[in-house]
Write a protein that binds this ligand. Structure first.
Ligand SMILES: [Cu+2]
Length: 158
């Protein structure tokens, strides 16, 4: 009886290890990093950047929200007639096993009126909303960086 039970346990342990290996191989949709740069003055919006790692299927990021900011918008910087401008972004593709990057000079978040307590804490809790699983929400705290000198984040992009 006893040797059999031990064998069964060993088999279970092996199976579990196999599962964990798969999960660790970057198959999970996840927000993996990023930061928020405060605006140069209080009336300027902050700008947010982050990276999403794709899961087993193609999905779309359709919104980023925060209870501790008045407004969060997804934007994309584009060049029109030689001039950099930005447009609201309704969704962004996250390719399966690929990456979606919001970064300087491209897609970015604009965040208005971040709660003072969040600024003092140095991070803003955010929810990233995707099209899979009935709008899966992934919660992630973006660290907050102080304003860069007197140059505004938008001007610094040019
Ligand atoms: Cu913008």
């Amino acid at each position: 009886m006893k040797p059999l039970a031990i064998l069964a346990l060993a088999a279970t342990a092996l199976t579990l290890t196999g599962c964990e290996k798969n999960l660790g191989a970057g198959q999970q949709l996840n927000v993996v990093g990023g930061y928020i740069q405060m605006g140069a003055t209080a009336d300027r919006p902050a700008v947010g950047y982050f990276t999403v790692e794709g899961g087993p299927r193609d999905v779309q990021l359709v919104a980023v929200t925060s209870d501790l900011a008045q407004r969060v918008e997804m934007h994309e910087s584009v060049k029109e007639n030689g001039v950099m401008t930005m447009k609201p972004l309704l969704s962004a593709d996250v390719p399966a096993k690929g990456k979606l990057q919001f970064r300087q000079g491209g897609k970015h978040l604009m965040i208005w009126n971040i709660n003072g307590a969040a600024v003092r804490a140095g991070k803003l809790p955010m929810a990233f909303v995707f099209t899979n699983n009935n709008n899966e929400r992934i919660l992630f705290d973006l660290p907050i960086k102080a304003a860069p000198g007197e140059a505004s984040p938008e001007a610094a992009k040019k």
